[in-house]
Design a protein around this ligand. Structure first.
Ligand SMILES: *Cc1c(COP(=O)(O)O)cnc(C)c1O
Length: 428
């Protein structure tokens, strides 16, 4: 697999380098030079999740890793299903929250851990990542107790749900969690600054596990295929996919799936009121506003860092950006939608509900709608219980962590403090 840096096309890297480095020069994202295209999609869809995903990922990785090796990585990473559930006629939920941390980020996080282990030269690695809640949990659990790898996770203090925090800030060992006085964009900016510091990068073997790491996006391509495999063949050419978006990694992966031959008719980019992308698609002007805290906090991102990949893909495929439909949903509307779905007999949390809202508003006759449910409702128990006046049950992994003490440290939104902390972790 060959990738280039979107900001500096001269920089070319292998899959191994892209996984190890995360970001390229000038904070540029890596993008595949070529994308394999499958011509016999029906045949591919008839295979099992693991077998099919191994083929997709092996085609992407190319000859850097053997198909057997990729297969065993996929077997280790994808140990839980991605079922679709019919919510009403022609509308299905794609449930991506059956992994150990109950959000779709388990797919990317776990495959990235496998990838990094596969390409590692045995040296020490420090993974630094910023999270708006769910990435942190997925990455922490995926890398927990791995040899020679330390994980440092920055998150906005007081801006993630208490249960989310419990899920990844209670592990200890090689997992170091840091509550930063600032919002998610501030955490993300600190991470980028660290990657820009070449000396620091070398010194502590810095790596990222954000959705900027290409291995995470690659893993996510696979569940779009999996969703299609569960739809009746007669419906597969009219599928509209609605993606609740924050950093836009999930939507990037969906577009990559389409580029590889999956016949997705069109996409909807659904956001909360942090609507930089919907406004951009409307006006052509990129004008991020300060981030606003919402009940769908994993999408409280106003400077989505995967967006350049979407532009790049659309450009290289000769697609029109107009093929992306969009919609932004307020907290009131998403709460209303959680109720609406509950009346349909489907328990959903705000992120998934936002995707459903825009999909249901825009779905046309004859189309089949698929909305991505990115987190288990219990992961947002406080919000969901308040909306539905319910007391939903915690699944086992959450219940276990809910009673454990928090192990996070606190930090000002300040790069020199981060440097100190990283050096301390790496020297232990
Ligand atoms: C991360 C996350 C999102 C946003 O996904 P992106 O790939 O960043 O757009 C949506 N919902 C949940 C529950 C998440 O954790």
């Amino acid at each position: 697999m060959k990738l280039y840096n979107i900001k500096d096309n001269q920089e070319r890297v292998s899959f191994a380098q892209a996984v190890r480095q995360g970001l390229g020069r000038k904070q540029g994202l890596f993008f595949p030079e070529t994308l394999p295209e499958f011509d016999n999609i029906e045949q591919l869809l008839s295979e099992s999740f693991v077998a099919r995903s191994s083929k997709i990922l092996s085609a992407l990785v190319g000859d850097e890793l053997s198909p057997e090796q990729v297969n065993s990585m996929v077997e280790a990473a994808f140990q839980f299903p991605a079922p679709i559930k019919q919510v009403k006629e022609d509308v299905h939920a794609l449930e991506l929250f059956h992994g150990p941390t109950l959000a779709f980020k388990d797919f990317g996080g776990r495959f990235m851990a496998q990838s990094l282990a596969a390409v590692s030269d045995g040296g020490r690695i420090t993974i630094l990542t910023a999270t708006s809640g769910d990435t942190g949990a997925a990455v922490a659990h995926a890398f927990y107790d791995m040899d020679n790898i330390d994980v440092v996770i920055l998150y906005p203090k007081g801006k993630i749900s208490p249960l989310q925090e419990k899920l990844f800030c209670t592990l200890g060992k090689n997992i170091h969690t840091v509550a930063v006085n600032g919002d998610f964009d501030a955490c993300q900016a600190l991470v980028k600054q660290a990657f820009d510091d070449e000396a620091l990068r070398q010194e502590i073997g810095l790596n990222s596990a954000n959705s900027i790491n290409i291995s995470r996006l690659m893993a996510q391509i696979c569940y779009y295929f999996e969703a299609f495999s569960q739809l009746p063949e007669s419906k597969r050419d009219q599928v509209v996919v609605s993606v609740p978006s924050g950093n836009f990694g999930n939507l990037t992966a969906g577009l990559l799936a389409k580029a590889m031959g999956l016949p997705i008719k069109r996409f909807i980019a659904a956001t909360n009121v942090n609507d930089t992308v919907p406004r951009y698609l409307d006006t052509g002007e990129w004008s991020p506003k300060p981030t606003i805290a919402t009940t769908s906090n994993a999408m409280d991102v106003s400077q989505p860092n995967n967006w350049p990949r979407i532009e790049e893909l659309v450009k290289t495929k000769g697609w029109a950006l107009e093929m992306l439909a969009k919609g932004a949903v307020t907290d009131e509307q998403s709460a209303q939608t959680v109720k609406e779905l509950d009346d349909l007999g489907y328990l959903c949390e705000p992120h998934g509900a936002i995707a459903y809202r825009v999909l249901d508003d825009q779905l046309e006759d004859g189309e089949t709608g698929l909305f991505l449910c990115t987190a288990h409702p219990a992961k947002f128990k406080e919000v969901v219980d308040e909306i539905l006046q319910s007391d939903i049950e915690l699944p086992a992994p959450l219940a276990k962590h809910a009673s454990m003490p928090l192990l996070s440290s606190e930090m000002e939104n300040d790069f020199s403090s981060l440097k100190l902390l990283l050096r301390k972790v790496a020297s232990q």
